[in-house]
Design a protein around this ligand. Structure first.
Ligand code: SIN
Length: 552
């Protein structure tokens, strides 16, 4: 898909610039934690599209993984992460994660986060494909909210940090190949104001792309912004065919795909089909098999026919225990008329997490100098082809801390004399040079295109894929290309560009990878092919698609 380098309807040389030391884009765990670390050294602007409660972090239930138990070790945590990742993890990234995770947990506690305890010890739970109880949780099933609230308190009172709510980054700014900040649009329901943020370090922490799919556990803002922004700016992105479907999102008629944490299965919940048959009974790990395996098993059951249903059965636990351990889930289900102490809960898979993203090294550096990526939007190599449960919050925090430290070492405060008006800037392709075509945009059309795109992606490149379904997806996406008109005027239009860009990358990657591995399952290539495909599929704007071996 051809998309201009810049799409914002403002020339950054003419807009007033806010000059800071670091521009952080996103306010989930990775963005907030990076901002706090950076603020120890310089001025930081944190830009985010909605309110802080709109992040995926805030919605995270189950927990955050770290080898802190007496019977656990970073080695065991690494083994489980690698086994789930199906041969595509970068071993050095995994090692970094598991070794630094316990100290990041201690640091989060120092920042005010607290984790549930029992008898004076961390109340560790187990989730799928973990060989030990190693998941810390907070408020029972409100772990992300607990951590994000603590970080927000710190960030909110830090004199070096300015928070920019309702502010969406539309373009990353580069000068001579170096990222120098971002162009953003701020909408408060009445006014649309364009801003330019100039900083020596820019940290992308925009989260995932669950909004590509009709059923998702992600918030409305998860539109693949980081991937699309970085791709347009020329960075490498990779592993985008690996979209994790959480096996158990609520599937009540007309209800949202509310996450039903894997911790439920960790505490003994079983999966049953309509006849009560426990269809994962014969898998060696039963309901605690890796997420991709469980999601496919459920999807297969649901594909048996119109009447097929899958249920999570947690009725072996009394109501009092359930209310205490899973207060949010319990309340949500009661609101839906489901008493989880007595009723089976209808479930179906929903898009949950992107394993791939913007390529980074172990310090969050992307292939564009000055641009870092952390959290779900990054591809550090930790997650492989299938993320181990509860490894996302911890990955976001570990690599945010490293990225902030690296930005400091690179001397980000010394690079403040950035100018958007030097002679080298003339060829950057800023929006003023984009020819504005007659504008065919119909008000409201984008909302309906977005829903159609989500249905198409869910149907053709969801849990199961095939050459034919991928071809249908590509031709469907192509129909929307004429709807892209530049420059974009607001958040909705910018999100639509990002969704369509990311959708093309996901589908093209799914087409090229002719095997099944982790979360990418093709009916026409059902086997894993290590000889040809134990490798990342990388895309960049300049080079197209190419293959890069996994480090061994
Ligand atoms: C869950 O609680 O099941 C979600 C945790 C995760 O995605 O790692």
């Amino acid at each position: 898909m051809v998309v201009p380098r810049y799409v914002a309807s403002v020339d950054p040389r003419e807009a007033p610039a806010h000059e800071v030391d670091a521009v952080v884009i996103g306010a989930g765990i990775a963005g907030l934690y990076a901002a706090l670390k950076l603020a120890a050294w310089g001025k930081v602007a944190v830009l985010y599209k909605g309110a802080p409660e709109d992040s995926n972090t805030f919605a995270a239930q189950g927990g955050i993984a770290a080898a802190v138990g007496v019977d656990d070790s970073p080695d065991l945590h690494a083994q489980d992460t690698l086994a789930a990742g199906a041969g595509l993890n970068e071993p050095e990234a995994v090692r970094t994660l598991v070794e630094e995770a316990p100290s990041v947990i201690r640091d989060l506690i120092e920042q005010g986060a607290s984790f549930d305890r029992s008898d004076g010890e961390y109340a560790l739970t187990r989730e799928a494909a973990h060989s030990r109880r190693r998941i810390l949780h907070s408020g029972g099933d409100a772990t992300g909210k607990g951590i994000a609230s603590a970080l927000l308190r710190q960030v909110g009172r830090h004199p070096n940090i300015t928070l920019w709510e309702q502010t969406m980054v539309v373009d990353l700014l580069t000068v001579g190949g170096r990222c120098v900040g971002a162009v953003a649009v701020q909408e408060d329901g009445r006014e649309t104001v364009w801003h330019v943020f100039v900083g020596a370090a820019t940290i992308l922490a925009t989260g995932g792309a669950g909004q590509l799919f009709a059923r998702t556990t992600n918030p409305a803002g998860a539109t693949g912004d980081g991937i699309a922004l970085a791709y347009r700016a020329g960075a490498e992105v990779r592993d985008l065919e690996f979209v994790q479907f959480h096996p158990t999102a609520y599937a009540g008629e007309g209800a949202p795909a509310f996450l039903l944490s894997e911790a439920l299965r960790g505490e003994g919940a079983v999966l049953r089909n309509r006849d009560g048959h426990r269809f994962l009974e014969n898998h060696p790990q039963r309901e605690l098999a890796p997420r991709d395996v469980v999601a496919r098993a459920i999807a297969k059951e649901l594909n048996q026919g119109e009447e097929s249903r899958v249920y999570l059965d947690m009725t072996h636990r009394p109501a009092e225990w359930l209310r205490d351990r899973f207060p949010n889930i319990y309340d949500f289900l009661l609101g839906q008329g489901v008493d989880m102490a007595r009723d089976w809960i209808p479930v179906a898979p929903a898009a949950h997490y992107m394993m791939g993203g913007v390529v980074t090294d172990l310090d969050g550096r992307t292939t564009i100098p000055g641009l870092f990526a952390v959290g779900e939007t990054a591809s550090t190599g930790v997650q492989g082809a299938n993320r181990l449960a509860s490894n996302s919050l911890i990955e976001g925090a570990v690599f945010a801390r490293r990225a902030a430290e690296r930005a400091r070492q690179e001397g980000f405060r010394r690079r403040r004399s950035l100018s958007l008006n030097g002679p080298e800037v003339a060829d950057e392709g800023y929006p003023s040079s984009i020819r504005s075509l007659p504008d065919p945009r119909v008000p409201g059309a984008i909302e309906s295109f977005r829903r159609e795109l989500q249905r198409l992606m869910m149907k053709e490149v969801g849990v199961f894929r095939s050459g034919d379904s991928i071809a249908r997806a590509l031709s469907g996406l192509g129909r929307w290309l004429p709807s892209l008109v530049y420059p974009v005027r607001n958040r909705a239009e910018a999100e639509w560009v990002n969704l369509l860009t990311t959708a093309f990358l996901v589908v093209e990657a799914a087409q090229l990878r002719k095997e099944s591995r982790g979360a990418h399952y093709r009916h026409d290539f059902p086997e894993t092919n290590d000889t040809e495909w134990r490798a990342h599929l990388v895309f960049s704007r300049d080079r197209g698609a190419y293959i890069r071996e996994v480090d061994r």
